[in-house]
Design a protein around this ligand. Sequence first.
Ligand code: PAF
Length: 323
Amino acid sequence: TMIRRVAQAAALVLPFALGAAPALAQTELTVQHALPLNSHTGVGASTFKEALERLTGGRYRVATQRNDNEREMVESVQIGTIDCTFTSTGPVGNFVPEVRLFDVPFLFRDAAHARGVLDSEIGQQVLARFPARGLVGVIWIENGFRNLTNSRREVNTPADVRGLKIRTMENQVHMRAFTTLGALPTPMAFSELVPALQQGTVDGQENPISVIVANNLNQVQRYMTMTRHVYSPQVMICNPAMIARLSQADRALFQQAAREAQVANRARVSADDEAGVAELRRRGMTVITQVDTAAFQAALAPAFAEWERTLDSATLRRIRDWR
Ligand code: PAF
């Protein structure tokens, strides 16, 4: 019939009209990350996307999406409704307990120490624990060192932390640290943080400078103390069934794209750390840079003693001794 002939003609012409290349099997992946695209996390995800699409000549397409609830992202990767996430380790210890080791306060001296350990066999050994929990840990990226902010007072000493209601991540190591300092930790997803600060449900929070700047937390927080009390790793986590479907060659390209994401993410965290204090002061925050780190470490002594018992103390020692 006429209709069929028109349809056939359209089928022939349309692909060219739309500029489509010859049929090519394309795999779509969904990758979620917290924070705006213009942040260290967004840059990691978008670098991964560009790299994988380039390295595979377009056989893979990656859709990046923002989700400020990291626990939800990990759950979605586990059940396979999304393929991968770039998440802080905040909620990850609830899925892969061995990760908690890296959440111990004052464990890493500086970024070089943290990055070195995570890229070493110590980091690889922890990634190797993910499959038993229905997840694949692909690569370590980062948030950077976390700093304390609040709307009540200048925090100069550990005693100033007492009685503050502090939002923490859903992370029992961090919660234990704040309880030990006499604060009242309230765990919640990052997506709930700004309303909680606005309504006074919590007085403060802690995050790296990169996060504070990217999310304008200066609008809801007056004081920042550069406690750098804990290094905050991020990890790229993917769904095991999706990884299993990759050919050997594509798996190598996938890993290479992840490495490019890692380089871009770390460079951005370093740049944000450099520029962030001046930027937050410009936005009107009071920033306390002189911090008696030894006093905070001393105040955490009971918690350190507990982690020696509950976490892998041999690996903690290897990390501390790492040069
Ligand atoms: O505070 C958090 O929950 C995390 O640091 C964040 C901001 C989601 C980035 O990983």
